[in-house]
Write a protein that binds this ligand. Sequence first.
Ligand SMILES: NC(=O)c1ccc[n+]([C@@H]2O[C@H](COP(=O)([O-])OP(=O)(O)OC[C@H]3O[C@@H](n4cnc5c(N)ncnc54)[C@H](OP(=O)(O)O)[C@@H]3O)[C@@H](O)[C@H]2O)c1
Length: 256
Amino acid sequence: MLATPVALVTGGSRGIGRGICTHLARRGYALAINYAGNESAARETQRLLGAQVESLLCQGDVGESADRARLVDTVLARWDRIDLLVNNAGITSPGRRDILDATEENWDRVLAVNLKGPFFLSQRVAQTMLERLPRLTAPCLINISSLSAYALSCNRGDYCISKAGMSMMTHLFAARLAEHGIRVYEVRPGIIDTDMTAGGREQYTPLLQQGLAPLRRWGTPEDVGQAVASLATGALPYSTGEVINIDGGYHLRRFP
Ligand SMILES: NC(=O)c1ccc[n+]([C@@H]2O[C@H](COP(=O)([O-])OP(=O)(O)OC[C@H]3O[C@@H](n4cnc5c(N)ncnc54)[C@H](OP(=O)(O)O)[C@@H]3O)[C@@H](O)[C@H]2O)c1
């Protein structure tokens, strides 16, 4: 078994996942970097971590049961431990169709990647944690949801529902695993500058400057990575099941 803690980050090849990987590496984690298809991006994340950080690239579609099993087996075969799982991989709603035109095909895909995958990956990783508990460092599960867990977009109902489901999933795993000292968190990003939001840059930039997020700027993958690394390393040791908004204050409601 490796002496340092091991983190498995899904969707670690780009965007928020890359920010999470770099911040966890600075806190001493070995990194299993999962990606779906963009191997060159995953290699770039690995390069950014530096040669002194132990890391492993793991291709796998988190929406596929066999891939999830292979993912966990691969990490255990290399290091025999997973101290931290970050369920970060996610997709937006293909075509962003109005809910009156939404398709079952898109629903199935979005829910498989964004909710079913994280649920069953958490289940599998939690089982490996329970088997190795005395040897793990601060075992923890962190789910990357979205402001879409509560903010409505009628042109991506499947995405919103997947993220709202992830909130309940966080509560369930937090309650179930607390007696074993395994903490579970939901990190809820706002509008973060990544490939996922690239198409909305012109639309969001002026809105952000006008105060859509009170801190009046885009969020960055580093903002989210810092939050994840802080939670994982015990910044809030007497807490579990919490939601941490990394959204520049977007969630604050005002009454004029
Ligand atoms: N950007 C935002 O404003 C924002 C806001 C709130 C929440 N989020 C959430 O934050 C997470 C990351 O978003 P992002 O903006 O960084 O997205 P992104 O730039 O589109 O990157 C997506 C990442 O997920 C991976 N991925 C996609 N489908 C996958 C699958 N089926 N199996 C495994 N990996 C898969 C991609 O791998 P490849 O590189 O191989 O394609 C990539 O690493 C998502 O869950 C998203 O919903 C984002």
